[in-house]
Write a protein that binds this ligand. Structure first.
Ligand code: NDP
Ligand code: MG
Length: 415
C-alpha cells in the first residue's frame, strides 16, 4: 500500500520532523508488531515484528523563503510539486531544481492548488500562523484527510473549517501533541461518556516567574524552551502561554467540547501529553517522551501503530510526575483565551492576529516580552466583536488587529 503525502511548510520544525518520520517509516528501521503464533499467556501480542508495509510517497512540499532547504528536500524526496509562497524566490528555486522532474509553483495561492491536488491521502499542515488558513480550508473543501499541526487556522475559523470537513467527507487528525493525546485517550469511551478534557502545559521557561521578573526577559531567554525544540513563534507563544490559550480553542473545535469542560494543568516534565476524564471518574491519559515524532507518526499511520523513532518511556528513570494549577494572574493569556472562545465571532481571530503581530515585533526587538500579551488584551478591548461571521469578515478582523498592534508599537517607538 502507498500513502501519498503533501506537506505544507516542509522546511519548518514540524515539516522537517515529518520527513524524518517518513524516512524511518520507509526504511527497514520500522517494524510493526504482529500477533505471534505462540501468543503470550494473557493473549496479548507477542514480540515478533514485521516490516511496515505501507510506503509513504511525497507528492508536494512547500516553503515560504527557505529556498535552499526546499530544493534539497525536492532532490531527496522527488515530489511532483514544490511551492514557494514568497514569489521573490521563484527564479532561485527554478534554477536550483531545474534538472528535476518537478512542477514549481509560487505565491500564496499556490498553496491552495497544492492543498487540493488529486490522489493525495494526507495533507499535513505545518505552516506557522494564519497564513495557513486558505490552504487548510481548500483541503477541507476538497474532502481531504488533514493532519493538522498548524493550529492558528482552527483558532480563527474553527467553525468554518470543521463544517467544511464534515460537509465534504474529510477528516482531521491532530498533530499537536496535546490534541493527539486527547484523540488517543478519547478512544477509551464514547463521546457522550467524556466529562472533561485536561490539557497539560510545560509552563515554559518562566513557569516560576512573577510579573515583575518577566519585565526584563530577553529574546534569548524567551526562546529557550526547557523541554520542546520548536519554531520561534510557537516558542514565544509557549513562554507567554498564548500557545496554551490557542490550544484550548483548538481543542474546543477539534473535539466539539464546550470550554467549561476544558481544563489546563501545568506539568513541567511534559510526559503526560493530556488527559480525558469520563463520566465514571476514570481518567485516561497518553504518555510518552516529549518528542513530536510520535504524534506526527500516529497521524500518518492512524489507525495503526508501528514502532518508530521515539524513545520508549522509562518511568522509573523519570521517577516523579508533577502537576500544578496555572498562575492565571501572571499568565493573562490563558484566561483571555477562555474568554475569547466564550465570546466567539471575531474575538478569537483578533486574539490570534494581535498575538502574531506582537510576537513579530518582539522577535524584531521592537517591544518587551510583557508587551505581547498587553497588546493582545488592548486590541481585544478596542474591538467591536461581530458574531456569526463570514470568512471575509474574519479576514478583515485579522487585518484590523495586525494594523492596531503595528500602529501602537510604531507610535510608542516614536514617542
Ligand atoms: P516553523 O517556523 O519552524 O516553520 C514554519 C513553516 O511554515 C516553514 O516551512 C515556513 O517556511 C512556512 N511559512 C512561514 N511563513 C509562511 C507564510 N507566510 N506562508 C506560507 N508558509 C509559511 O514553525 P513550526 O514548525 O514550529 O510550527 C508550525 C505549526 O505547527 C505552528 O502552527 C505551530 O503552532 C504548530 N506546532 C508546532 C510544534 C513544534 O514542535 N514546532 C508543536 C505543535 C504544534 P520557511 O522555512 O521558508 O520560512
Ligand atoms: Mg502543543
Amino acid at each position: 500500500m502507498v500513502k501519498r503525502i503533501v506537506i505544507l511548510g516542509s522546511t519548518g520544525s514540524i515539516g522537517k520532523k515529518t520527513l524524518r518520520v517518513i524516512d524511518a517509516l520507509n526504511s527497514s528501521l520500522v517494524a510493526r508488531p504482529v500477533r505471534s503464533k505462540s501468543s503470550t499467556s494473557n493473549g496479548t501480542r507477542g514480540p515478533s515484528l514485521e516490516k511496515e508495509k505501507t510506503k509513504y510517497e511525497i507528492v508536494a512540499l512547500t516553503a515560504h523563503s527557505s529556498v535552499e532547504l526546499l530544493a534539497e528536500q525536492a532532490r531527496r524526496y522527488k515530489p511532483k510539486f514544490v511551492a514557494i509562497t514568497n514569489a521573490d524566490y521563484f527564479e532561485q528555486l527554478s534554477s536550483a531544481v531545474g534538472d528535476l522532474d518537478v512542477e514549481i509553483l509560487s505565491g500564496p495561492d499556490s498553496l491552495i492548488e497544492i492543498a487540493q491536488l488529486d490522489q493525495v491521502d494526507i495533507v499535513l499542515t505545518a505552516i506557522v500562523g494564519a497564513a495557513g488558513l486558505p490552504a487548510v480550508l481548500a483541503a477541507a473543501q476538497a474532502g481531504r484527510q488533514l493532519a493538522i499541526a498548524n493550529k492558528e487556522p482552527l483558532v480563527i475559523a474553527g467553525e468554518l473549517l470543521t463544517k467544511a470537513v464534515r460537509e465534504n467527507g474529510g477528516t482531521i487528525l491532530p498533530v499537536d501533541s496535546e490534541h493527539s493525546a486527547i484523540f488517543q485517550a478519547m478512544q477509551a469511551g464514547s463521546r457522550e461518556e467524556v466529562s472533561k478534557i485536561i490539557l497539560t502545559a510545560s509552563g515554559g521557561p518562566f513557569r516560576k516567574a512573577t510579573v515583575e521578573d518577566m519585565r526584563n526577559v530577553t529574546l534569548e531567554e524567551a526562546l529557550s524552551h526547557p523541554v520542546w525544540d520548536m519554531g520561534p513563534k510557537i516558542t514565544i507563544d509557549s513562554a507567554t502561554m498564548v500557545n496554551k490559550a490557542l490550544e484550548v480553542i483548538e481543542a474546543h473545535w477539534l473535539f466539539d467540547m464546550p470550554v467549561e469542560r476544558i481544563e489546563v494543568l501545568i506539568h513541567p516534565e511534559s510526559i503526560v501529553h493530556s488527559l480525558v476524564e469520563f463520566v465514571d471518574g476514570s481518567v485516561i491519559a497518553q504518555l510518552g517522551e516529549p518528542d513530536m515524532c510520535l504524534p506526527i507518526q500516529y497521524a500518518l499511520t492512524y489507525p495503526r501503530r508501528v514502532a518508530g523513532l521515539s524513545k520508549h518511556l522509562r518511568l522509573e528513570e523519570i521517577g516523579k510526575l508533577t502537576f500544578e494549577r496555572p498562575n492565571l494572574k501572571t499568565f493573562r493569556a490563558l484566561p483571555l483565551g477562555f474568554e475569547v472562545v466564550r465570546t466567539g465571532g471575531t474575538a478569537p481571530v483578533v486574539f490570534n492576529a494581535a498575538n502574531e503581530a506582537a510576537v513579530q515585533e518582539f522577535l524584531a526587538g521592537k517591544i518587551k516580552f510583557v508587551s505581547i500579551v498587553e497588546l493582545v488584551e488592548d486590541c481585544l478591548n478596542k474591538h467591536n466583536v461581530k458574531t456569526s461571521v463570514s470568512l471575509e469578515e474574519l479576514l478583515e478582523a485579522d487585518a484590523w488587529a495586525r494594523r492596531e498592534v503595528r500602529t501602537k508599537v510604531h507610535k510608542s517607538i516614536r514617542a
